[in-house]
Design a protein around this ligand. Structure first.
Ligand code: AP5
Ligand code: MG
Length: 189
């Protein structure tokens, strides 16, 4: 995608504020917010085949299979709004297989930057407990954080190796964090 259309990956632990910051960022930069978690929750709500497949997996805090996720994202990235306006990926990639697939879809040069919102485990746990989404039970939270360490944290090195990783402190108010993320994006894109 060309340089005036931002292609941004937002990384961070569950509950670190990816969704919160993404909503503010798409307003500012005009790119399309693609949250795989939101897409899956919409599928569950709609009672589609995908939703039926994903519901129990999500409730347990496990990961939906890579093949399913990569197919959904590839299809979404091919749509006209994203080709015109760029994209903010929230919640994808979160396994090495998904990162490889993204590279296939866009090429390393196809991603402008990855922003990692860094918030410690104790704080994200509290934020999720306070939020109370269906999968914010203590068991599912601890499973999700375990999978983050095993599957998603290694991707930070992958993005770093491609010169794309920018880590921002995710503590403080939503506005504080937003200001930090915007500073990083404006210094790169
Ligand atoms: P997903 O929806 O992506 O959930 P998650 O990864 O667990 O992340 P969250 O959405 O919980 O956290 P967030 O970082 O967006 O934080 P938020 O802004 O909400 O995925 C759900 C499930 O779908 C997965 O478990 C998996 O099963 C499946 N799935 C999704 N993508 C997948 C993939 N690629 N592969 C396989 N499976 C996949 O903030 C959290 C709370 O904190 C909110 O209440 C917010 O208001 C509050 N908050 C935000 N910022 C601040 C702040 N600065 N100070 C205080 N509170 C704050
Ligand atoms: Mg989210």
């Amino acid at each position: 995608m060309s340089s005036d259309r931002l292609v941004l990956v937002v990384l961070g632990r569950q509950g670190s504020g990816k969704g919160t910051q993404s909503a503010l960022l798409v307003d500012k930069y005009g790119c399309v917010h693609v949250s795989t978690g939101d897409m899956l929750r919409a599928a569950v709500e709609a009672g589609s085949e995908l939703g039926r497949q994903a519901e129990a997996i999500m409730a347990a805090g496990d990961l939906v299979p890579d093949g399913v996720m990569c197919g959904i994202v590839e299809q979404r990235l091919a749509e006209a709004d994203i080709r015109e306006n760029g994209v903010l990926l929230d919640g994808f990639p979160r396994t090495p297989t998904q990162a490889d697939a993204l590279l296939e879809m866009l090429g390393a040069e196809g991603v402008d930057l990855a922003v990692n919102i860094d918030v410690p485990v104790a704080e994200v746990t509290q934020r999720m407990v306070d939020r109370g989404r269906e999968d914010d039970t203590l068991d599912a939270i601890s499973r999700r954080l375990e999978l983050y360490e095993a599957q998603t944290a290694p991707l930070l090195a992958w993005f770093e190796d491609h010169g794309l990783l920018h880590t921002v402190d995710g503590m403080g108010t939503r506005e504080d964090v937003f200001e930090r993320v915007v500073t990083v994006i404006d210094s790169v894109a």
